[in-house]
Design a binder for this molecule. Sequence first.
Ligand code: F6P
Length: 320
Amino acid sequence: MVKKIGVLTSGGDSPGMNAAIRAITRSALYYGLEVYGINNGYRGLIEDDMFLMERSTVSDIMIKGGTILGSARLPEFKDVEVQKLGIANLKKREIEALVVIGGDGTYKGAMALTQLGVNCIGLPGTIDNDIASTDYTIGFDTALNTVIYCVDKLRDTSSSHHRCSVVEVMGNRCGDLAIYSGISCGAEIIITPEAGYDEPSVLEQLRYFEAVKKKRHAIVIISEKITDVETLAAKISKATNFSGRATVLGHIQRGGSPTAFDRVLATRMGDKAVELLLNGIGGHCVGMLNNEIISFPIEEALGLPKKSRRPLYALHERLV
Ligand code: F6P
């Protein structure tokens, strides 16, 4: 049976990663395992930057945003020679298995390491909610609440000044933060990669909201990487009676203390990862489907189709 495991966080950080680290550590210690924390994602693995964790190492971290282990993006980790460097560092300490927390890039690393003989389990840690093998990723709910908090404030000032606020949210080509926040804030227009972007139609809709629906303000939520929001706001000022203003929420969405939902999700998933490793399972990722914590082979998970949000778009259409 496995005796020593490692844990790392990789890719963009997300609120709740610490709650997952805590759960993995405490659960592993409960079953008599030793746990090593690996600093700065796969970089720490290849640079041999790891340390033995104790119960107290994870005290009080549940409520903290970010990740106490640090995170990094390491494109070189695709290279099998680089992966072997990491494996050699694990072998030095007789670490036989790993839990990695991150997005789909992180999952690919976990799959490669499992193929090289080190069982790895992936946990979905990203604010983007862009992983098909789970209803929710760790951090999405907190980021969503941060967006809502900001947009509610923008609504106040937009209403006072008869303005249209164009708010850019993150998502890395997944529209979930935009569609969920748009519905939560009663946004007039929601632009996502999935729904597509048609600028003339956006301007036309805004003119309609103003002239026919007598709206005092308008909120446009738009996913990042679609168009330049400053330019769009300027066009709105020109083509409608609203004065356009752009706000890019940026990395503020990645920080903050995790919500109760993210804490519970991360805790359940962390515990499940340890259970899988104890059962000799590797190359799996953990997800939550219909409130049940499950696991999938990573290969299968990465091949799943994107979750359809069509009913949410239809709902927004009916209510706007
Ligand atoms: O994947 C999380 C994420 O925050 C995306 O939403 C965003 O596109 C990207 O990371 C930003 O990356 P970085 O922090 O490296 O600028």
